[in-house]
Design a protein around this ligand. Sequence first.
Ligand code: PLP
Length: 392
Amino acid sequence: MAKRIYFDHSATTPLDPRVALAMQPANEELFGNPSSLHSEGRQAKEFLQQARARVAALLNADANEIIFTASGTEADNLALLGVFHAGHQPGHMITSSIEHPAITAACGFLEKCGVSVTYLPVDEQGLIAPADLQQAFRADTRLVSIMSANNVVGTIQPIAELARITHERGVLFHTDAVQSTGKVPLDVRRVAVDMVSMSAHKLHGPKGVGALWVRKGVQLRPVIFGGGQERGLRSATENVAGIVGFGKAAQLAFEQMPEEAARLVHLRERILSGLQESLPQTYLIGHPYKRLPGHLCLAFAGQEGEAIKLLLALDEAGVAVSSGSACSAHRASEPSPVLLAMGFDPIRARGTLRVTLGRFNTAHEVDRFLQILPQAVNLLRPVASYAGLARV
Ligand code: PLP
């Protein structure tokens, strides 16, 4: 039987074997608690510090500005709730209308606590206009949070410009960089960001480990209370093995970033041009080139209502892709809020295929996919009222 093809790296990535190897000692013989004073504890603490330096290097940051968390979601929550003291301080924040639920749900909570939130619109490629941000500030604006790259459509935001505008107003800037970390460079010494969220499992590291980079001097309150680990911002005994894995994954991603990005862009473009040749109804959603290197969000004119069927047919044929965000799999038949915000009508907002490539994908897999996908699409029934149309 042919090996399955995994093209869903925006949902999660397979653990790199070198990461698994690096995690082994921390899982087995070196199991100490980093807060303990004995040798086992000190050894675990050294592991943590090495991982902290490696994750910081991805951002050209200082190691002591990294706060390890249990996920990208937790890092996002810490950034937002931490600034507004879990809703106990009033004020206004600005975010976008295409953020991940880790941001939008935290915003929803803050709104219930009395914080006012402005959701910036995006254009049909998923881009935020800097002029819209300029106009959204109020006297009581305390935070801007804009994702670096979108998980559904792959569009990369002009973070440097948005952060510069924000700093000119003396307001804090947070970016959810969960999708872009290790794929697209972000140098926090050159870009005016104050907080950056990351997650290990999106860069061939383990699940259940994230980090928030917090620029020195930024005042945050914790959302978890206890023993005071991670400079008091994230109490709990650290997930040492997971953090070691995150460090190794960060190191590998950092070393290979330019070459790997070029390789993935090449494979991505090969898929797009191959499909547009065999299936002229194929169209790309999101920005044509301001997008994550291995990310394609595709739709097929006239068959937008059939994305779930297509996904299941591909799964049967041995290919794993997504119909949007894995985080919304339990609401798979609902239109994507991201696509609705980009101006798609509800039928088209249901009909995308997300194909996201990663480190272990090959040109051979791409060629197999280019044979399998057209067969699956051609078996689908066209959505009559939309046949022949592109998008609104
Ligand atoms: N932010 C974005 C943009 C994401 O894509 C995800 C996960 O898909 C998250 C946050 C949440 O990260 P985690 O799965 O580590 O909680």
